[in-house]
Every structure is written in C-alpha cells, then in structure tokens.
Design a protein around this ligand. Structure first.
Ligand code: THU
Length: 145
C-alpha cells in the first residue's frame, strides 16, 4: 500500500472523516440498512460530503461518493485531491466499481482514497490501485481538426 501523501495531514484526514461521518448519519438506506458517507477534498481545499440515497426501485439508488462529487461540482470544484469513504462492517468499505470510475473523471492516478469507519482509518489506496488501466477524459482529447 502506498504512503498517504504529506499534503493530506492528520488534521485534514480528521476533517474528511468528520464530514463523512456527519454525512453517513444522514444516509437514506432503508433497504440495505447500510449507511455510507463520503467526503472529497477539492482543488481549493474545500471539503464536500455525500451520503447514499436508496430508492424503492433499487437500481435508482445512489452511492455516497456520487453525492459528494455532485456537491463538489455544484460548488464550483473541478478536481478531487483526496477522497474518504466511511462505513461500518466487517470489511473496509471501499468504493464500488462505478464510483471508482466516477472519481476517475475528477481525480488523478495518485489521488489518495481513504477508507474509514466512525472510529478509525482502516485502509488507503491510490485511485489507480483501485482502478488500474482506466479510461478517462484524457482519452477523449483529440488534436484540433
Ligand atoms: N454504498 C455506497 O454508498 N458507497 C460505497 O462505497 C459502497 C456502497 C451504498 C450503496 C447502497 O446504498 C449500500 O451502500 C449497500 O450497497
């Protein structure tokens, strides 16, 4: 596992965890009963949070990461510098495959993805560890015709 980069200080990690914990408490998860919170740090140093929002039509439910990304975009953020996902359970709650791709849109290969529960940091990865050989917006860049 790679080191957590030095810009992501212990204090910043704690702020991300607190934001994700507050978001988790607001999760709407009556079907799975599995509440998740997420927080992203943007390029301006701001933190945006999201929670999962389930739906009676199950596939329409959205993940916490998607909510956090939407909050960042709404606030004018353009890059994800760090991510923290927070959930309880036997295994650390890593982002689902779809959310790894959603993060890929705004994050770099080296962007840290932290996984926590309410008490502690449980694991950390880079985005490229979670989503190797990925496809992203850079692949669509074409020389001007
Ligand atoms: N979930 C998230 O919100 N983020 C994750 O990283 C993993 C899973 C949600 C989706 C669903 O509402 C519930 O957790 C159970 O899968």
């Amino acid at each position: 596992m790679s080191d957590i980069p030095s810009f992501l200080t212990g204090d910043l990690q704690a702020q991300l965890q607190a934001a994700a914990r507050d978001a988790q408490a607001r999760a709407y998860a009556p079907y799975s009963r599995f509440q998740v919170g997420a927080a992203v740090l943007d390029e301006q140093g701001r933190i945006h949070a999201g929670c999962n929002v389930e739906n009676a039509a199950y596939p329409e439910g959205t993940c916490a990461e998607a909510g956090a990304i939407a909050a960042m975009v709404l606030a004018g953020g353009t890059r994800v510098r760090a991510v923290l996902v927070l959930g309880e359970g036997a295994a650390p709650v890593t982002p689902c495959g779809g959310c790894r791709q959603k993060l890929r849109e705004f994050a770099d290969a080296a962007t840290p993805v932290l996984v926590a529960d309410r008490q502690r940091l449980r694991a950390h990865f880079t985005l490229s560890e979670l989503l190797p050989a990925s496809f992203g917006p850079d692949h669509l860049a074409r020389p001007d015709a």
